[in-house]
Design a protein around this ligand. Structure first.
Ligand code: FES
Length: 87
C-alpha cells in the first residue's frame, strides 16, 4: 500500500493492493479521466510532483518512464511511500 496526495484537489488517499490510483481517487471524489483503463491510451496521464512512480503502462516512452514526472493512474503504482500528483 502507498499514499497518494492529490495536490490540486487537496485530498490524500491510501491505495491498497488490488486498487488502482484512479479508483482510489475517484472514490474520494476526485474527478479522474479514464478510457482504456489498461495503460495504452494515455487518457489518465497525470503529472507527478513528488515521489517515484512504478510504471505499469505501455504508453510512456523509456525516456518519459525514467524521467518519472508523469504517471498513468489507471494502472501504474508507486515505489515510494507517497506520490504527490498534480490532480
Ligand atoms: Fe488509458 Fe489509463 S485510461 S492509459
Amino acid at each position: 500500500a502507498f499514499e497518494v496526495v492529490a495536490a490540486r484537489s487537496g485530498v490524500t488517499v491510501g491505495v491498497p493492493a488490488g486498487v488502482t490510483i484512479a479508483a482510489a481517487l475517484r472514490e474520494a471524489g476526485v474527478a479522474v479521466n479514464l478510457s482504456c483503463e489498461s495503460g495504452v491510451c494515455g487518457t489518465c496521464l497525470v503529472d507527478v510532483l513528488e515521489g517515484v512512480p512504478d510504471h505499469r503502462d505501455s504508453f510512456l516512452t523509456p525516456e518519459e518512464r525514467s524521467a518519472g514526472d508523469q504517471i498513468l493512474i489507471c494502472c501504474s503504482r508507486a515505489r515510494s511511500a507517497t506520490l504527490v500528483l498534480d490532480i
